[in-house]
Design a binder for this molecule. Structure first.
Ligand code: TYM
Length: 331
C-alpha cells in the first residue's frame, strides 16, 4: 500500500469547511487505500504567539473532530506531532540543507510576516522545513492538502532530492495530492480569497463546530455575483461557483447536475437548499466531536497508540538520515 501523510494545525476553536473539503475528506478516503498517517501539528501552532491552555484544548478538539469526520484509528495512524520527537530532530537537519533565500521565497511566510513584521519569529520562517520533516519521516508517497500547501510540497521534494543526492538514498520523494475541484474553498464574503482560519471575517468562514443556525445564516448571506443566473464560472461568478463547489462536494451530485436542477431558479433557492445541506452535515459531526471530548481517557489512548505507531516508523527514518549525514551512532 502506498504511504500517505498529512497534518492540520490546531490553531482555531474549530476546523472550517475549507479544511474539510480541501484536505480531511481526502484523508478519510485514503485511509481505505493507503497506509495512512495523520497528525495534529502542534509544533507548527506556536510560530505566531499563542495561549498554552488554548493550545492544549484545541489540540484535543482537533483530534476529536478528525475522529468525528471519519478518521478511524483502526484504519489509520492518528497522532499529535509533539508526541513524536523525531519531527523536531529531522527538522533541524533539513534546515541545514535549506538555503536562506529558498526559505524566504515561501509565499505563506512572506504574507504572514508582512502582516506582523514586528512579531515575526524564526519559527515562522523555518515552518515549511519542519513540514518537510513531517512528510519525509514517514517516507510518504502522497500528501493530501489544499492548493495553499503546493509550494511547501515543492520545497519538501527539493529537500528530499538534495538529501538523497548528497548523502545517499534516504527519503521517498512525495507528491502533493490536490483535488482540483475542492483545492480552494473561498471566503463567503470575499470569494476571490481562500476561506482561512486567520484571514477570513467571521461571516466568510463556516466553522464546523459553530451553531448550525449561524452557518445557515452565513450561507444565505454569502456574497453572490452580478446577474441572476446560476452558472459555474470561477472568473466571473466566483461566489456562486464556490457555493456550487461546496454543494456538489457535500452531496453526491455533480456541478452539471446542479446546474440542471437550478436552471431558471435564483440565487436564493440555491442558498436556502445549501444552508440546509450544511446544517445536516455539521450536526452529527458536532455530536460525535462532543462524544469524543466527553471521554478524554479514550481520546488519550487513541493518541498514545497513534504516537507509538508513528514513532516506530519515524525513528527508523531518522536513524537512517543520521547515519547517512555522518553522525556517529551511539554505542
Ligand atoms: P492548515 O492547518 O492551515 O490547513 C489544513 C488543511 O486544510 C487545507 N485548507 C484548505 N483547502 C481548501 N480550501 C481552503 N480554503 C483551505 N484552507 C485550508 C490546507 O491546504 C491543509 O491541507 N502547513 C499545513 C499543516 C502541515 C502539513 C504538514 C500538511 C504541517 N505539516 C505535513 C501536510 C503535511 C497547514 O498549515 O495546514
Amino acid at each position: 500500500r502506498p504511504r500517505v501523510l498529512s497534518g492540520i494545525q490546531p490553531t482555531a476553536d474549530s476546523f472550517h469547511l475549507g479544511n474539510y473539503l480541501g484536505a480531511v475528506r481526502n484523508w478519510v478516503a485514503m485511509q481505505e487505500s493507503h497506509d495512512a498517517y495523520y497528525c495534529v501539528v502542534d509544533l507548527h501552532a506556536i510560530t505566531m504567539g499563542h495561549d498554552p491552555a488554548a493550545l492544549r484544548q484545541r489540540t484535543r478538539v482537533s483530534a476529536a473532530q478528525l475522529l468525528a469526520l471519519g478518521l478511524d484509528p483502526e484504519r489509520c495512524t492518528l497522532f499529535v506531532q509533539s508526541h513524536v520527537p523525531e519531527h523536531a530532530q529531522l527538522g533541524w537537519v533539513l534546515s541545514c540543507i535549506t538555503g536562506f533565500g529558498e526559505a524566504g521565497r515561501m509565499v505563506q511566510f512572506k504574507d504572514k510576516s508582512a502582516k506582523a513584521a514586528d512579531t515575526t519569529t524564526v519559527g515562522l520562517f523555518t515552518y515549511p522545513i519542519l513540514q518537510a520533516a513531517d512528510i519525509l519521516l514517514y517516507q510518504a508517497d502522497q500528501v493530501p492538502v489544499g492548493e495553499d500547501q503546493r509550494q511547501h510540497l515543492e520545497l519538501t521534494r527539493d529537500l528530499a532530492q538534495r538529501y538523497n543526492t548528497r548523502f545517499g538514498p534516504t527519503f521517498t520523494i512525495p507528491s502533493a495530492y490536490i483535488l482540483k475541484d475542492t483545492a480552494k474553498i473561498t471566503d463567503l464574503q470575499d470569494p476571490t480569497a481562500k476561506m482561512s482560519k486567520s484571514a477570513s471575517s467571521p461571516n466568510g468562514i463556516i466553522e464546523l463546530l459553530e451553531d448550525p443556525a449561524r452557518s445557515a445564516k452565513k450561507i444565505k448571506s454569502a456574497v453572490t455575483d452580478t446577474g441572476r443566473e446560476i452558472l459555474y464560472d470561477e472568473e466571473n461568478k466566483p461566489g456562486v461557483s464556490n457555493l456550487l463547489t461546496i454543494y456538489a462536494a457535500l452531496t453526491t451530485r455533480t456541478i452539471d447536475e446542479l446546474l440542471e436542477q437550478y436552471d431558471g431558479r435564483g440565487y436564493g433557492d440555491l442558498k436556502k437548499d445549501l444552508a440546509e445541506i450544511v446544517v445536516d452535515f455539521v450536526k452529527p459531526i458536532q455530536e460525535r466531536t462532543r462524544a469524543y471530548l466527553d471521554d478524554p481517557d479514550h481520546l488519550d489512548k487513541v493518541l498514545a497508540i497513534g504516537a507509538e505507531k508513528a514513532r516506530a516508523v519515524a525513528s527508523v527514518t531518522l536513524a537512517e538520515a543520521y547515519r547517512n549525514i555522518g553522525f556517529l551512532s551511539p554505542a
